[in-house]
Design a protein around this ligand. Structure first.
Ligand SMILES: [Zn+2]
Length: 168
């Protein structure tokens, strides 16, 4: 059995005890959190939130991309969120490589066509954790698609202590 098959099997037990099937679509706390896909972060637990409370938009690094903006516009305009938290974290994998490293890896492993495709992507790695949060907040602030009256907070989650430190 593959790992995915094991997880799907585990869902049987989850569904048997599931009792929150009547939650509304809009998140009750009206907050959208942008964070990393890192497997060590449980955003709901870390923020004392529950199912149905918040939107969590995740990608590698918790970076602001075109797709992040897409999700935020839907979150805000259609589903009523009015605050944003950009939450990056210590020991992030995005601190460990540069675009060129990943271009090389793709080239070696997947071949020249893939290398060409990869070379068009900025994978958005960063060298300074706090600056990455500030940079992403600036991109959001500068976007005409994010209302000026939406507060944007920045913070860092420590994967070793579970503690969140607010930056902005
Ligand atoms: Zn990360």
């Amino acid at each position: 059995m593959s790992q995915v098959e094991k997880l799907l099997e585990a869902n049987q037990a989850y569904a048997e005890r599931f009792s929150q099937g009547e939650l509304p679509i809009p998140p009750t706390k009206k907050i959208a959190v942008l964070t990393c896909m890192d497997a060590r972060i449980d955003p709901l637990q870390a923020l004392g939130a529950e199912l149905g409370d918040i939107h969590v938009i995740r990608n590698a690094g918790g970076r602001v991309t075109e797709d992040t903006i897409r999700s935020l516009v839907i979150s805000e305009q259609l589903l009523g969120t009015n605050e944003i938290l950009v939450l990056h974290h210590t020991d992030c994998g995005m601190l460990t490589f540069k675009n060129e490293d990943l271009y090389d890896k793709v080239s070696q492993r997947l071949g020249p066509d893939s290398a060409t495709a990869a070379s068009k992507i900025d994978f958005l790695p960063f060298g300074d954790l706090e600056q990455s949060v500030r940079d992403d907040i600036k991109v959001l602030r500068d976007s005409p698609l994010i209302p000026k009256d939406v507060p944007i907070y920045g913070a860092i989650y420590d994967v070793h202590t579970g503690k969140i430190t607010r930056l902005t």
